[in-house]
Design a protein around this ligand. Structure first.
Ligand code: AHM
Ligand code: MG
Length: 344
């Protein structure tokens, strides 16, 4: 038997420690996060078998148990909704897969949290064996908002998130989360079925080597974006950049968090507000980026300061290392796209 001097810390232990930051919390927050860890373990198990479903004859309208087979994104939504609904502290669920918010507990006094999530981000990549992920954001019910006014629970700027995170189902499964006290990453040990702390106190490098954008759309980017990308290609501050683009935001962001650089999904002709969704895609990664020392802008200002008006609204997203992001801001000012902000 091998021994190690490094303490093994599970995500559950970690959450229990972090929860002490919430005065008066009586375990409800750790119970809520454990619904997410449990749900994502089940999703990853399904994702790992994705290519087998046809071979095993389980892909059809009805399987041998008489259950209707579901697409993976619907399955992921059902699983997370199921586990979160079991937690008394959850009042409202907002998912990319549901048109309207779901009121979970409208008669429980301590149902004070809204969970906003994309159950399977990048799901079009599943068929080609490329990384996908789950993103989530946790908000507290705003003062004075009634139990049934579900949209108002979620329509809060990202700076009100009390926790956010994601899971990448990649070459390994990793969960990254923050409660506003740094960013921490946990790799799933498949033999134990437990998320183990592998990346404590993650910090985004000050500058990276990669930019990440779907350059096929560059002709329709607004002023500033193309100039900025050209600057990165030519190199600045002693750096020449290479490009990486997976097409799963959560995986592209995870690389950016670890290696630095910048990820962009600008406005385009077909998506004038960008493609990504503010509440459950841009906000969680913006929260994590800032917690890790990076920045996130929508092209004109801080993503986390956007006041949402609808639960599925889109927003442009530019997120990355401090050096690249300050340069982006400068280029956008020069292009006349945005006033210089004081917030960075
Ligand atoms: P989805 O939520 O339907 O999966 O779409 C979001 C995904 C992101 O993960 C990714 O960044 C983006 O779509 C890629 O879009 P494109 O193919 O336009 O580059
Ligand atoms: Mg998505």
């Amino acid at each position: 038997m091998t021994t190690t001097n490094t303490p093994i810390i599970t995500v559950q232990q970690h959450i229990l420690e972090e929860q002490k930051r919430f005065p008066g919390s009586s375990g409800e927050f750790s119970s809520l996060l454990s619904a997410i860890t449990m749900g994502t373990k089940m999703i990853q198990a399904k994702v790992r078998r994705a290519g087998l479903s046809d071979i095993l004859g389980e892909h059809g309208d009805v399987n041998v148990q008489g259950e209707i087979q579901q697409k993976l994104d619907v399955y992921s939504n059902d699983i997370l909704s199921h586990f979160l609904s079991l937690r008394d502290s959850v009042g409202v669920l907002v998912s990319e897969e549901n048109e309207k918010p779901i009121i979970v507990h409208n008669n429980l006094e301590n149902a004070n949290y809204a969970i906003v999530f994309d159950p399977l981000d990048g799901s079009s990549n599943i068929d080609v064996n490329v990384s996908v992920g789950t993103t989530f954001s946790i908000l507290r019910r705003p003062e004075g908002v009634g139990m049934n006014d579900a949209e108002q629970w979620a329509l809060q700027p990202g700076n009100k998130q009390i926790a956010a995170g994601y899971v990448v189902y990649g070459s390994s499964t990793i969960l990254v989360y923050s409660v506003g006290n740094g960013v921490h990453g946990f790799t799933l040990d498949p033999s134990l079925g437990a998320y183990i702390l592998s990346h404590p106190n993650m910090r985004m490098p000050e500058q990276g080597k990669y930019y990440s954008v779907n350059e096929a759309y560059r002709d329709s980017f607004p002023p500033g974006y193309t100039e900025y990308i050209d600057r990165l290609r030519k190199g600045f501050l002693g750096h020449k950049y290479a490009s990486r683009y997976i097409g799963s935001m959560v995986a592209d962001f995870h690389r950016t968090l670890l290696k630095g650089g910048v990820f962009l999904y600008p406005p385009t002709e077909s998506n004038p507000d960008g493609k990504l969704r503010l509440l459950y895609e841009a906000n969680p990664v913006a929260f994590l980026a800032e917690q890790a020392g990076g920045m996130a802008l929508d092209g004109t200002g801080r993503v986390l300061d956007i006041q949402p008006v609808s639960i599925h609204q889109r927003c442009p997203l530019v997120v990355g290392s401090r050096v690249e992001m300050e340069d982006f801001e400068q280029v956008m000012v020069e292009a006349g796209s945005t006033p210089k902000s004081d917030s960075f």
